[in-house]
Design a protein. Structure first.
Length: 496
């Protein structure tokens, strides 16, 4: 870690601590345990200490120039324009229903920055890059600027002979070194984080280390355009039969500093004027398409959007009067293997029954085979929220879980918050039950054949991952309120 040199008068003796104090993360970031706030502040202060003395002094001076009555979350918004890692965290929290309404209101503008914020220098750079890669393209004559993100800007180009428009996503000149620097800081902090074990215990210390490493990798994915192109192709294939979801197609070469995509018209999700009925339908469409469809896909590995904040989602009005979702920015995406999907479904079943999950079920999803000590579901919440709370508990206790599972939990919380903002009556568990009913109905033909031929009754044959005999045992259990005499996922030969 870089040693901090003395700061000149006017900047404060410890600017990293001063900035962390002004942002007062504990006042607006909800955490499951109050004692974690001190550690969060310490981690944030440590992150800042890795910056050069002059840079810290400048950031602190910016904070001190703001009015004294400025709230901590508004200060965080100002600092997020300088720190990509903080910007991404704020985007993730912007729709979290656990945050105070005023905090969500302050964070919301970070989800989608206006195109007017793109300077002429960035436009000139994008024009030069596009001209070298695709000489036939020309910039839109009206306004080529589309939108600005925390890392990249998006521009509109026109193809020759009236073939339509192309969107060009180009990394910002200031963002490229900043992202690499911040990712290196997070990695270095992970290497040093073992020292916190004395304060929070070895189990939670391991969780913090993994979280820091995952955050570093997530930042680098923001500038990995080859990876984003692969995600776009997989997402396009995954949603190809869904008329209510649009994914831009990759067009032309992928550059080290940008990517060309199909330009898809649409308006920002939460800024589109829709009546109450359409908003209700949009909330359900959003949750179904981005969470339930990947969860019940039935394919060996489904792709899901791991950063579905409102700035990455547009609404498109179709010719038939219906609306569709346009899903942007697939730099943060992951794959959900069948074993993880099936485990989530079974966790929900156990939460419904009130029985703690068996170690065998948890062992199927854990990457480390440490001893599982007394894991139980929380008392509050519906089965879906209980399942993700239990996943959080496993991570806190130091168990290594698949990154895809942790990212799905983050995406679920974001989508749940956006859906509730669209429709205050939205209930994720109710929608999951309705969708599960459709899934089970679609599995009926395979289940009919599984009764006379039990050797065909395998998890992989069903979108739900529930063999017929396992499903029958759970249904009997729910009806009678008596636990069936079988382990999780074990076929009960006489259940049919």
């Amino acid at each position: 870690m870089h040693k901090q040199a003395p700061i000149k008068r006017g900047s404060g003796g410890n600017p990293a601590a001063a900035i962390a104090g002004l942002l007062d993360l504990s006042s607006w970031i909800p955490l499951a345990r109050p004692e974690w706030h001190a550690m969060l502040k310490a981690l944030f202060e440590t992150f800042l200490r890795h910056f050069e003395r002059e840079e810290l002094a400048r950031l602190l001076e910016q904070q001190r120039e703001m009015p004294a009555a400025t709230s901590p979350v508004e200060r965080a918004v100002r600092l997020a324009s300088e720190l990509t890692a903080l910007h991404k965290v704020c985007q993730m929290l912007a729709r979290n229903p656990a945050l105070p309404p005023e905090a969500r209101g302050a964070l919301a503008p970070l989800e989608r920055l206006p195109a007017t914020a793109i300077p002429d220098a960035a436009l000139k750079k994008a024009l030069a890059l596009a001209k070298r890669a695709r000489p036939a393209l020309r910039p839109d004559a009206t306004e080529p600027r589309i939108g600005r993100g925390s890392v990249a800007d998006v521009f509109r180009f026109i193809r020759p002979a009236g073939e339509g428009a192309v969107a060009f996503k180009s990394v910002r000149a200031d963002a490229l070194p900043r992202v690499r620097h911040e990712a290196a800081i997070l990695t270095e902090m992970a290497d040093e984080a073992a020292t916190i074990a004395a304060f929070v215990g070895p189990d939670f210390a391991r969780t913090v280390v993994e979280a820091l490493r995952d955050a570093a990798r997530a930042l680098l994915r923001e500038i990995d355009f080859a990876g984003e192109a692969a995600n776009l192709r997989d997402a396009l294939a995954f949603y190809r039969l869904d008329d209510h979801v649009r994914v831009p197609a990759v067009q032309g070469p992928v550059l080290e500093e940008g990517i060309f995509m199909e330009y898809v018209e649409g308006s920002p999700l939460l800024e589109t004027p829709l009546d109450a009925g359409v908003r209700r339908g949009m909330a359900r469409l959003l949750f179904r398409s981005l969470f339930l469809e990947p969860l019940f896909s039935g394919v060996p590995e489904s792709i899901f959007h791991a950063d579905p904040h409102a700035g990455n989602i547009l609404v498109q009005k179709q010719k038939n009067g219906e609306v569709a979702l346009v899903l942007l920015d697939w730099s943060q995406a992951d794959r959900l293997p069948a074993v993880v999907r099936h485990a989530i479904v079974e966790l929900c079943l156990h939460a419904m029954s009130g029985e703690n999950p068996p170690a065998a079920l948890l062992g199927r999803i854990l990457e480390s085979q440490g001893k599982i000590r007394g894991i139980s579901f929380p008392e509050e919440g519906d089965p879906l929220h209980k399942a993700f709370k239990l996943i959080e508990q496993l991570a806190v206790e130091g168990h290594r879980l698949p990154l895809s599972l942790l990212l799905l939990r983050k995406a679920f919380l974001t989508l749940d918050g956006i859906a509730q903002q669209l429709d205050p009556t939205f209930a994720a568990w109710r929608e999951t039950l309705i969708y599960t009913g459709w899934v089970l109905a679609s599995e009926a033909p395979a289940r009919v054949w599984s009764i006379p031929f039990p050797w065909w009754d395998q998890r992989g044959f069903y979108r739900s991952g529930l063999p017929t005999r396992t499903l029958a045992a759970w249904m009997l259990r729910m009806c009678r309120g008596v636990p069936p005499r079988l382990g999780c996922g074990t076929a009960a030969r006489g259940a049919s």
